[in-house]
Design a protein around this ligand. Sequence first.
Ligand code: PMP
Length: 469
Amino acid sequence: MDSSKIVAFEAKPFALSANYALGENELLASQSRRESNARSYPRRIPIALRRARGIYVEDVEGRVFIDCLAGAGTLILGHNHPVVVEAIQRALREELPMQTLDLTTPVKEQFIDDLFSMLPDELTRHAKIQFCGPTGTDAVEAALKLVRTATGRGTMLAFHGAYHGMSLGSLSLMGNLGPKAGLGGAQTGVQFLPYPYDYRCPFGLGGEAGEAVGLHYIRNMLHDPESGVLPPAGLILEPVQGEGGVIPASASWLQGIRQVTREAEVPLILDEVQTGLGRTGKFFAFQHADIVPDVLVLSKAIGGSLPLSVVVYHESLDRWRPGAHAGTFRGNQLAMAAGSATMRLVKAERLDLHAEAMGRRLKGHLVQLQQQLPCIGEVRGRGLMLGAEIVDPAGRADARGKRPAYAKLASAIQAACLKRGLILELGGRFGGTIRLLPPLIITEPEVDRVAEILAAAIRSAMESIDRVA
Ligand code: PMP
């Protein structure tokens, strides 16, 4: 296009403002003064970032950190991967419209091709896709409306420990009561069910016995005419609970859930916002169980670092009306271009398999540490979605010998990691689980370095806590 016809003002680059010269303390002080009390990560990770590449981020003071938080699992190719940067730059060079609502473009068509080529045929043969507002939570909201409309029912089944986002519909599905506190009726119409959290089995059984009882309970509930639980519009779950404490459901339990929901004609919604695109060692976590959901919710990695979310679902559910789920930012073309490039690289380089191998290595290090340190109660996860539950070795053991979560120590470990140049997140019950979500491009020496820092940080945190106690 001839830009002289469309640019009314001469484009002169603006000079960098004085803010770019501010130090870390000044930026953090300004942040806490001006930003909302609802801010979260900066409270535990008080740094101001300047730039980032691969698995590394650099703060404004020039300190470099390994980023095992990586945008809460979003940045599967790390920061500013050349393939992603090139895809974005090409889109800009080609004067791609940046936002198109839900109008189509060749970039969007390509994105759908790339995404569908990673999903099993059994799903894509009858699949429809809805582009959503750009966050995971909006795709969850869309999925709720989709199944409610299709079934004519108004309630949902969700799980203890679940995290599906922070808007009110998604929040109603959340296990953690904290974010729902003070919001009034934020939990209407949702029946919560026991997730197979082996370490703290809700039935006090653990192992296969705990899983079998859980499945039996759900099946019975759905068939008992006097259970008091209305036939639900859908059942939603994360195949590996993330924020809930990195809790993977076993393949057999997922197969059981698939069977139970099919028998009861309840649409199964899998939330793979965090697990999707190779994170767990398969393109999608449901592939570990060889099942296919009725509805799949995706976000985070699929936008190749930029905001994007979609719902992919069986065409038989496609009964909602035109405009039933809208949103201004459904047409983020840069995110689609970056997402396509990301998916192609994951496929071409088999980063799912790399995640599996690196995850096994990192888990091996963590298990070794666990054998030396009684404060690591359990090491768990799948692929490069790993967690270590921190417990109080001096606390009172439950009937199965499990010690209580030790959130204070987990926080001290997180702070000690940061001091040593490693960013990680906490999650799980009482915030007692250390969570590792490194980019999938992490190498063997980098995995070893993460484990080394973590080991030193745990030892130092234990000493400092003992000193205070
Ligand atoms: N579902 C899951 C499983 C998630 O982990 C998250 C975010 N951590 C969400 C939904 C919500 O995504 P967003 O923060 O983009 O709304």
